[in-house]
Ligand binder design. Structure first.
Ligand code: GLP
Length: 239
């Protein structure tokens, strides 16, 4: 696991966008799995600044996860987020995008089909990850099953509380999500994990000192992957 310490959020975002550009240059038909959230937003912004010089025509994209009960039009849905921050700015065709949607993808057959699509690509060429304050990656919560495929996950109380900031008062914060599993995470050829802000400082510290593959701290499995680059900003390195 390589750790790159960025000066700040913008620096982290520039570095991450640079890795995505390089990936697309080296392999234009890359399969890239994309996260949502405050952490990767800046990375997508930096990518958009390079729009003229990046060709995404041959690439394919996989949504990492999605809340249950929120459709694509809902501003808190991850489909909406990725449409706004990546897919629309780059004018991607729907045929390039692999979406997780609920309830459409809730059946065991559809969940399996998502994994089959990933396997058909030979695994993700690049997987971009954020991290939850409890160490979750994608929506694989503590007490994760490391062999899991795409599945529906019950979110931890901590994650529901963390996510509440995105929802207005009186709005119900989703308690379940459909997410890629650890099997797809570990089959990725290259992973970048972005960690930003003081609220993630504990998670970063725990990751660095974690026992390999502790199910109660899902990100710890990344110690077993052979190509992980962690880009952490100064705020997340603070004690
Ligand atoms: C959600 C997402 C994760 C993301 C996490 C942290 O739980 N499913 O993929 O890493 O939020 O989000 P943020 O970057 O907004 O802190």
């Amino acid at each position: 696991m390589e750790i790159i310490r960025a000066e700040n959020y913008k620096h982290m975002s520039v570095l991450a966008a640079g890795i995505i550009c390089r990936q697309l240059l080296e392999k234009p038909n890359s399969a890239i799995c994309c996260p949502t959230g405050s952490t990767p937003k800046g990375t997508y912004e930096q990518l958009c600044l390079k729009r003229g010089s990046i060709d995404m025509t041959w690439a394919s994209f996989f949504n990492m996860d999605e809340y249950t009960l929120l459709n694509e039009e809902n501003k808190n849905s991850f489909n909406y987020f990725l449409n706004q921050n990546l897919y629309e700015p780059f004018n991607l065709c729907e045929s390039q995008i692999n979406r997780l949607q609920y309830p459409e993808d809730a059946s065991p057959a559809r969940l399996l089909e998502y994994d089959e699509r990933i396997v058909k690509k030979g695994g993700f060429d690049l997987l971009i990850l954020g991290i939850g304050s409890d160490g979750h990656i994608a929506f694989n919560m503590p007490s994760t099953v490391f062999s899991a495929g795409t599945h529906i996950e019950k979110l931890s109380a901590k994650t529901i509380a963390d996510n509440a900031r995105h929802f207005s008062r009186g709005e119900r914060v989703p308690e379940h999500a459909v997410t890629i599993g650890m099997k797809a995470v570990m089959s990725a050829k290259k992973i970048i994990l972005l960690i930003s802000g003081t609220s993630k400082a504990q998670a970063f510290k725990k990751l660095v000192s974690a026992d390999v593959a502790d199910p109660m701290f899902p990100a710890s499995i990344l110690h077993l992957h052979r190509d992980v680059t962690v880009i952490v900003d100064a705020a997340a390195c603070e004690e």
